[in-house]
Unconditional design. Structure first.
Length: 405
C-alpha cells in the first residue's frame, strides 16, 4: 500500500461533520462511515433472512470509495452536491473527474482504480448499476440516510428546533423510499435492533488513548472502520486470490473486533498486560459481559456470525463440521479458501489493528502533540514485529517503517 493513500484515508478522522451547528461531541467522517456499515450489516441481515441476495463485497468497496470521495469533497455539503448532480450535470461530471484525479497517483492498483472509476460513474448516473445490485444499493443507501438521522437526533438535544427543522424534514422525506426494508423499520420504531445499535454507538463516544492528548482524536468506532479498510486493502495486495466470503469476513471481523468495548470500555494495552494472566482474565470477563448484555440484543439469524467474528478475533480460522478451527495462513490460501469454510484472516486484522494504533500515535507526534504514552506506544508497536518476519504474506516491520518514515 502506498504511504500517501494510508495517510489520505486517515484524514477521515479530521473531517468534522455538522460543524455549522452545536455539537455535544465530535462528529467526524470516519465515525459516520463506521456507523453506516454497522447499520448496513444489521439491515442487510434482515434482508438475507427474508431470502434477498445482498452483495456484501460490493457494499464494502462502496464504503471505501464513498470515504475517498468525502475526503476530497469535505467542504461541499451533501445538498449542494445533490443540486449539482440534478441541475448542473456537466459540472458534476467534471467534479467527479477531479476527485478521481486526486487519487490517480495514490492508488497504484489499476484494477482497484478502475473499480473506483466505475463506482463513481454509477453514482453520477453515467453508468448503469446492474439490476442484481439494486437491493444491495437500497440497503446501503438506507444505512447512509439513517446514520445521518441518528447524528441529527444526537445533536438535537443541544440545538434549538428551528436550526434543524429544514434538515429534519428533508431527511424524513428522503428515508421514505427505504421504509419497505424490515431492518430499517425495526430501527426506526426502536425495537431490539435499535437497542443493539445504541450499544454499538457507545463506541463513538469512547476515545482511543484516553490517557493522553492526541491530534486528531479518534473514537473506538472510527478506529474499527479504519482497521476494516486497511484489512481490505492490505488483504487485496498480499492475498489477491481470496474468495469473496473471506474478503467479507475479514472486513466485518475488523469492523466488529472491538465490539466488546461497547459494554466493557477500552482497557488500554499497558493495563491489560500488567500481569501475565490478566489478558486471559480480561478476555474471559469480556466474553461473559458480551453474552449477558449484547447477545440478547442480536437477532438469531446473525448472532452466531458476530460471535464468530469477535471470539478469538486475531486468529486465522475456519468453520468446519460445525466447529471453529484455527489454521495456518498457508492452509487458508490452499485448502480452505472457499465460502464453505467461512475463512477469516485474523492475523491480518491484528496487523491492521496495530497499524491503526501506530498511525494514531505517529501522526499526533508529527503534529507536535506528544506524550510518554504515545512515544512508548509507537516504539512498542514498531518493535512488535521482527525484521524480515512475514505474517499473512506481509513483511510487517518493513511495511510499518515505510509508512512512518
Amino acid at each position: 500500500m502506498e504511504k500517501d493513500l494510508a495517510l489520505k484515508i486517515f484524514e477521515g478522522f479530521s473531517i468534522q461533520r455538522w460543524n455549522d451547528l452545536i455539537r455535544p461531541f465530535d462528529l467526524v467522517e470516519m465515525d459516520k462511515a463506521g456507523e453506516k456499515m454497522v447499520l448496513a450489516y444489521i439491515i442487510g441481515k434482515y434482508e438475507e433472512h427474508k431470502g434477498n441476495k445482498i452483495d456484501w463485497k460490493w457494499m464494502i468497496y462502496a464504503s471505501l470509495f464513498d470515504l475517498l470521495r468525502k475526503i476530497s469533497l469535505c467542504d461541499i455539503k451533501a445538498p449542494v452536491q445533490q443540486m449539482l448532480k440534478r441541475e448542473f450535470s456537466e459540472e458534476y461530471m467534471r467534479l467527479n473527474e477531479w476527485v478521481l484525479n486526486q487519487y490517480k497517483g495514490m492508488i497504484t492498483d489499476n484494477k482497484l482504480f478502475s473499480e473506483f472509476t466505475i463506482y463513481t460513474g454509477q453514482k453520477a448516473g453515467s453508468f448503469k448499476l446492474p439490476e442484481k445490485l439494486q437491493r444491495t444499493l437500497m440497503v446501503y443507501n438506507a444505512a447512509h440516510k439513517y446514520s445521518t438521522i441518528r447524528e441529527m437526533e444526537m445533536i438535537a438535544v443541544v440545538n434549538e428546533p428551528a436550526r434543524l427543522a429544514a434538515i429534519k424534514t428533508s431527511l424524513e422525506n428522503e428515508i421514505q423510499q427505504y421504509l419497505e426494508l424490515e431492518g430499517l423499520q425495526k430501527l426506526m420504531t426502536h425495537q431490539k435492533a435499535f437497542d443493539f445499535l445504541l450499544k454499538i454507538e457507545q463506541l463513538r463516544f469512547q476515545t482511543r488513548w484516553n490517557q493522553t492528548p492526541r491530534v486528531p482524536a479518534s473514537s473506538v468506532l472510527g478506529h474499527c472502520f479504519y482497521v476494516a479498510i486497511m484489512t481490505l486493502l492490505l488483504g487485496r495486495e498480499s492475498n489477491p486470490d481470496m474468495c469473496d466470503q473471506r474478503v467479507v469476513n475479514n472486513f466485518f471481523c475488523a469492523l466488529f473486533h472491538d465490539l466488546p468495548e461497547s459494554v466493557t470500555r477500552d482497557i488500554i494495552s499497558p493495563v491489560k498486560q500488567a500481569t501475565d494472566d490478566l489478558p486471559n482474565i480480561v478476555k474471559k470477563i469480556e466474553d461473559e459481559i458480551v453474552n449477558k448484555e449484547l447477545v440478547p440484543l442480536m437477532e438469531d439469524f446473525y448472532v452466531d456470525e458476530i460471535i464468530y467474528y469477535t471470539n478469538d478475533e486475531f486468529s486465522n480460522r475456519i468453520q468446519k463440521d460445525g466447529k471453529v478451527e484455527t489454521v495456518s495462513w498457508e492452509d487458508l490460501n490452499t485448502k480452505y479458501n472457499s465460502a464453505e469454510f467461512n475463512p477469516i484472516d485474523g492475523k491480518l486484522v491484528r496487523i491492521c489493528d496495530h497499524f491503526s494504533a501506530l498511525m494514531e500515535a505517529d501522526i499526533s507526534m508529527k503534529h507536535g502533540i506528544t506524550s510518554v504514552h504515545l512515544e512508548t506506544g509507537r516504539t512498542a508497536t514498531l518493535n512488535h514485529y521482527k525484521k524480515g518476519e512475514i505474517i499473512s504474506g506481509i513483511n510487517v516491520n518493513e511495511f510499518f517503517n515505510k509508512i512512518i518514515f
